[in-house]
Design a protein around this ligand. Structure first.
Ligand code: HEM
Length: 480
């Protein structure tokens, strides 16, 4: 990847992360009022003064933003203020005031992002490195989790900072595999089987590294804090009727102008990284995240077009990625996938032109999909621990004690519950747990995992269910 290619697609030596640390403050002093509110966000939310502070803000122009890091910083500030304003008090706010809406729409347009807190705002552009040497400007790399912290959080908790920066470390750790995989696609066009095989093996090693980082989520992110305090602030305005936003949020531009919008909330599902892996390998996902689908390839392939989801979750969330990253995925999607190459090689093997090289390639590809499916399975275990189990505990507590005694079942001091966490778990919520992005969680994530595994299954006699039992050990309650 040369410099102009990277620049064209908003990539860096750190992959989808910026090359340098994100700005911790906008240099133009006219933005001091925004910075001041963001600096004190957790305490203002705790003492319920946030909304009134925001209502007193002037409508600031975006003319003072000059560099890309400044536009990103402005986006981070305004989307944090947006979610804090909407979910930070009861009742939830259906109308976003012009002092946020006007600059936010301009900044979002510039970055080609929706006017809502996305993975870019919460993770990609929201971290700092601790413990570096200021004199020599030497910093720890962005994949050193022990030296990362989030620039901003809603709650001021270590759990929230850790939740954000685990993804930062994963993005950075995966950066080196991006050019390896792109070179493999190119090698495939030259029919260079050993190079493609070697790249797939490096990919497997990379996925194992990512899996170790993902497994560190438990070290400093408390599931109860995540579920009850952090997650409510990440919620969007789509499918949120039960939480006080039947029409979404009105983005008020003043002078009687404005628009109702329904947008997904912030989610790691908006990361370009796993989508990049899927596309290069040739793994396709079809769930829109709203229907419980069987996940069986047979049932999908026999479905009539009218029964298929109009737009899948993975396609939809590309609209929640920065414009250059979205275009990068489109660029890669237009290249032939490694799966197509492996299928062709397998065809040759079947027609008696078999070579050890081709067999080894097929095995390497299957191992790559197994590794990625195992990572997704580990993620399923995390979702179970951080969303499903706390949700069931909430329901059990409500059934037993009534809502007023809810806090008694937790070790942590009772914080104020908001939005997603504040309402009694209704029957629908119990049956169909939704993610912050509005997905029906477990069926969607299991289908995504199974599609990953299925892409590497070539022999018709191999049963995916059997593979799930062998290759993928269900993790901490993530049912297969
Ligand atoms: C406490 C930690 C985490 C929780 C509770 C969690 C929760 C979720 C939920 C609820 C979804 C469903 C989609 C949605 O509603 O938007 C999802 C999807 C997803 N998450 Fe996470 N997540 C966590 C950590 C991570 C991390 C660290 C990554 C790595 C970058 C990640 C990557 C993904 C991806 C790629 C998807 C889309 C589904 C797929 O392609 O497999 N998640 N996550």
């Amino acid at each position: 990847m040369n410099a102009s290619f990277r620049e064209q697609f908003g990539l860096s030596d750190n992959g989808f992360l910026p090359s340098d640390l994100p700005l911790a403050r906008l240099p133009d002093p006219s933005y001091a009022p925004w910075e001041a509110i963001l600096t004190n966000l957790p305490s203002s939310l705790r003492n319920n003064t946030l909304r009134s502070q925001i209502q007193r803000l002037p409508v600031l122009s975006v003319d003072g933003l000059t560099t890309e890091p400044e536009w990103r910083r402005a986006y981070l500030i305004l989307t944090f203020l947006t979610h804090a304003y909407i979910w930070g008090d009861e009742p939830v706010a259906e109308v976003l005031p012009p002092c946020i809406t006007v600059p936010l729409l301009a900044v979002s347009d510039h970055l080609e992002l929706p006017p809502v807190a996305t993975y870019a705002a919460l993770n990609l552009w929201n971290f700092a490195v601790t413990g570096g040497d200021e004199e020599t400007s030497t910093n720890f790399p962005f994949d050193d989790l022990n030296h990362l912290k989030a620039l901003h959080t809603f709650t001021g908790t270590e759990s929230e900072s850790w939740f954000f920066v685990v993804s930062v470390a994963m993005e950075c750790r995966a950066a080196a595999i991006l050019p390896v995989l792109l070179n493999a696609v190119e090698a495939a066009t030259r029919n260079d089987v050993p190079s493609v095989t070697a790249a797939l093996r490096r990919f497997v090693a990379c996925i194992h590294d990512l899996s170790v980082l993902l497994g560190r989520m438990h070290e400093r992110c408390d599931p109860s804090v995540f579920f009850n305090q952090i997650r409510p602030f990440l919620a969007g305005s789509k499918n949120m009727a039960a939480h006080g936003l039947p029409r979404g949020v009105f983005y008020d531009l003043g002078d009687g102008l404005g628009e109702w919008r329904q947008l997904r909330g912030g989610s790691n599902g908006q990361s370009s990284l796993l989508q990049f892996f899927d596309i290069v390998l040739g793994i396709e996902h079809t769930s829109d995240g709203q229907h419980s689908q069987s996940g069986s390839v047979e049932s999908r392939s026999t479905a009539r077009p009218a029964e298929k989801a109009e737009i899948g979750f993975h396609d939809e969330v590309r609209g929640y990625m920065p414009g250059p990253h979205r275009r990068f995925l489109e660029y890669v999607a237009a290249l032939p996938s490694l799966r197509a190459f492996v299928l062709a090689a397998r065809g040759k093997a079947a027609s008696a032109l078999a070579s050890d090289e081709q067999d080894i390639l097929v095995t390497a590809f299957s191992e790559a999909t197994e590794a990625l499916a195992a990572l997704r399975n580990k993620h399923l275990g995390i979702v179970t621990r951080y969303i499903i189990i706390p949700s069931r505990q909430k329901q059990a507590a409500q059934a037993f004690n009534g809502v007023k005694n809810l806090h008694d079942v937790r070790d942590t001091p009772a914080p104020k519950l908001r939005g997603l966490a504040s309402r009694a778990a209704c029957k629908d919520e119990a049956e169909v747990l939704k993610g912050t992005g509005g997905t029906e969680l477990l069926p969607f994530l299991k289908q995504t995992r199974d599609e990953t595994l299925q892409a590497g299954v070539f022999a018709s006699c191999v049963d995916v269910k059997r593979l799930q039992g062998g290759v993928i050990a269900p993790e901490s309650g993530a049912a297969s």
